[in-house]
Structure formats: structure tokens, C-alpha cells
Design a protein around this ligand. Structure first.
Ligand code: 5RP
Length: 264
């Protein structure tokens, strides 16, 4: 990997700990104005000081993030589908690499839909993006999307998706936590981060998931709803940081959460 790529990646995955807490706020690209992300700027602003990177689309970046920010940007560059449309998997590349450069991003992200009708299209999108990323020194995050078919969240399927993404050249990969996650991480030769997925019942549940993922080989989280759909998003991201960067156990992180929440 050349200097530009490594340098950009090291802005996201912090060399001090080898870990990252990415904040995902790209959901509107197919879900529209979901709960607590109706006004992205308001959701993002208080969380920015605690995010190692922000994952979002160019529209939200331009409209809702101050250009003075030093938080690295992971730009979602795939889409073209919606939750009410025919097939979520039918994604194309929606933003050029030149635009990513203009926006001074640290990485680009796109989804792949392995095992769907659009497997070939989304995997060749990934290969194309990796080639373009190599040209410009911009790392590519492959998101192993499962669309509406969440039942596919098992280790065998996710290990397959992550390995294929790595083989096609993805520089890092976002997947889901699952039972047997160590098999997913253990057979993937590039860094993995986990999505939070839909909001879990409690904050403690999300902390446990992040803790287990790190223990089993993830380098971090790219978490959205379990942070900003919490009634206390800032204490939540602070607690998640303690888990990811300091290896704090979930129960202890939950105490941190309660302490920060009571001061909020
Ligand atoms: C959608 C995404 C989202 O960024 C991802 O799902 C992370 O957010 P959450 O923690 O809310 O699941 O990539 O494809």
C-alpha cells in the first residue's frame, strides 16, 4: 500500500490503539429521514468530537458538516435504490472518485450484496472502485450489506462476503456482528469494523456487542442507530469509545455511560 492510502487509513484507524469508532450517518441514502436523523446536522454536531470518522453521503457532508472539521470523512458512494423500491441490492456507484478527492475524503464506501441477483454488479462496482482508489490513494470500505434479508447474518455467509471483498481489493470492510464472529475476522486479511444494526433494547446490549466484536478480531465499529437513537447519544458514544479504544468491559462502560448521562 502506498503512502497516500496508508496515511488516509491511519486517520480513520487510529495508530495509537489500532482501533476506530466511526459514526455512521449515511442511512438516508436509502431510508430517507429516519428517526433521529431527520436533521442530520443536529444529530452529528454534538457527536463529532468523539467520532474517529464520519460515514455519510456527499449531500449530507455538503449541507450539514462544517468545512472546518478535522474529522476524517468516509464517503458513501453507492446507492440508487430505496426502501420502498423493488430491490435494495441494485446499487450503482453514485459519486465519482474525482468528487471524493474534491471533498477531501479519507475513504470511500460502497455496499456489496453477495448471494443476490445483483452480486456480480455490486462486486464489479467494488473492483472498479478499488482501481480508482489505487489511482488516487483513497482507501475503499466494502460494506457487506444484507438488505432486507437480515436472516443471512450468520458467520458462514458473512465470512464469505468479507473474504470476497478482501480478495477484490477492499482496504477495509464493514460487516455485522454474529455468533462465531471470530471465524469471520479470522479469515479476512484486512481490517474489519462492525455496523451496530437496528437499535438494540438497551445501551448495555450495544456495548456488549462492540466489546465481543473487538475481542474476536474487529478493529472497531461503524455505528449509527445504537448511538444516535439512544436518548443519550453523547454518553453512549463516549462509552463505546472506552470499549473500543481502552478495552473497557461492557458493564464498566455502562457505568461510564450512566455517569456521563447523569451529568448531561
Ligand atoms: C447501511 C450502512 C449503515 O451505515 C450501517 O448500517 C451502520 O449503521 P447502523 O449502526 O445504524 O447499522 O452502511 O448500509
Amino acid at each position: 500500500m502506498d503512502f497516500g492510502l496508508r496515511n488516509r487509513l491511519s486517520r480513520i484507524i487510529k495508530p495509537e490503539t489500532g482501533h476506530t469508532v466511526m459514526l455512521a450517518v449515511d442511512h438516508g441514502y436509502f431510508l430517507g429521514p429516519i428517526s433521529k436523523l431527520e436533521k442530520p446536522g443536529q444529530t452529528i454536531e454534538p457527536l463529532m468530537p468523539y467520532a474517529d470518522a464520519l460515514m455519510l453521503t456527499r449531500g449530507v457532508l455538503r449541507s450539514s458538516v462544517p468545512a472546518e472539521t478535522s474529522v476524517p470523512i468516509v464517503l458513501r458512494v453507492s446507492g440508487g435504490t430505496s426502501i420502498v423500491g423493488k430491490n435494495l441490492a441494485n446499487e450503482e456507484i453514485t459519486t465519482s472518485m474525482e468528487e471524493a478527492v474534491r471533498l477531501n475524503v479519507s475513504a470511500v464506501a460502497l455496499s456489496i450484496f453477495v448471494g443476490t441477483e445483483y452480486e456480480n454488479q455490486t462486486l464489479t462496482n467494488l473492483s472498479y472502485l478499488v482501481d480508482r482508489g489505487q489511482d488516487y490513494g483513497i482507501p475503499v470500505l466494502a460494506v457487506t450489506a444484507v438488505g432486507k434479508e437480515l436472516e443471512k447474518r450468520d458467520a458462514k455467509y458473512l465470512a464469505l462476503c468479507c473474504r470476497i471483498a478482501a480478495e477484490l481489493g477492499a482496504h477495509f470492510i464493514k460487516t455485522y456482528y454474529c455468533d462465531g464472529f471470530e471465524k469471520v475476522a479470522g479469515s479476512c486479511p484486512v481490517p474489519l469494523v462492525i455496523a451496530g444494526g437496528p437499535k438494540l433494547d438497551t445501551e448495555l446490549d450495544a456495548m456488549k456487542m462492540a466489546y465481543d466484536a473487538i475481542q474476536k478480531g474487529a478493529v472497531g465499529v461503524d455505528m449509527g442507530r445504537n448511538i444516535w437513537q439512544s436518548p443519550h447519544p453523547v454518553p453512549m458514544i463516549q462509552a463505546i469509545r472506552a470499549v473500543v479504544h481502552e478495552g473497557v468491559k461492557p458493564e464498566e462502560a455502562h457505568e461510564i455511560f450512566k455517569e456521563k448521562r447523569d451529568q448531561d
